[in-house]
Design a protein around this ligand. Structure first.
Ligand code: IMP
Length: 179
């Protein structure tokens, strides 16, 4: 579990600077209208909290919890809604905040859930990372921070078996678990 074996993909400075750019775009888009920011736990927790600190409109945060991994480095292909209780979002601007879009199954699940349950004023999907090469759905994020290759990434919310979420940077290794 030696984190020195991780290679750094995005430094803390790169992440924070990209978040600033994304939030500038969002502040321009929403023009001061109220937003419901929905953080998808657990992976998006770091990104969501840093992002909303840079948003300048009236904003409420909601947290939902999904899971599709069973502790390894590949998706089970099935999205489980661990906790998806939300307030009435009819007529609201909804911004879903994810850590990474990989196959896109989670994003599709969430967007379908929103469509089935609410008539929102707007629904935007924002992901820090976009692993476009792995996509099996037609879903694309409205906002994303960085496009990434097909590597298993950890840090800044992303985990392997629950570990590494607390790193300030995003890193990778060809082999997990780290020895
Ligand atoms: P998707 O449903 O395949 O798009 O995967 C979305 C979820 O898989 C993300 O929210 C992450 O929790 C997890 N995930 C996908 N790729 C990675 C990765 O490289 N590292 C850690 N978690 C990942």
């Amino acid at each position: 579990m030696d984190i020195k074996k991780l290679k750094v993909l995005f430094t803390e400075e790169q992440i924070q600077s990209r978040i600033k750019e994304l939030s500038d775009e969002m502040n321009a888009f929403y023009k001061g209208e109220e937003v419901y920011a929905i953080c998808v736990l657990k992976g998006a927790v770091m990104f969501a909290t840093d992002l909303v600190k840079n948003l300048n409109m009236p904003l409420k945060m909601e947290f939902i919890r999904l899971s599709s991994y069973n502790g390894g480095t590949t998706t089970s292909g099935k999205v489980n809604a661990v906790d998806i209780s939300l307030p009435d979002l009819n007529g609201k601007n909804v911004l879903i905040i994810e850590d990474i879009v990989d196959t896109g199954l989670t994003a599709k699940f969430l967007l379908d859930f929103m469509n089935c349950n609410f008539h929102t004023k707007s629904t935007k999907f924002c992901s820090l990372l976009d692993k476009k090469i792995k996509r099996v759905t037609e879903v694309e994020p409205d906002y994303y921070g960085f496009e990434v290759d097909d590597k298993f990434l950890v840090g800044y919310g992303l985990d392997y078996d629950g570990y590494y979420r607390n790193l300030k940077y995003i890193g990778y290794s060809d082999k997990f678990p780290l020895e």
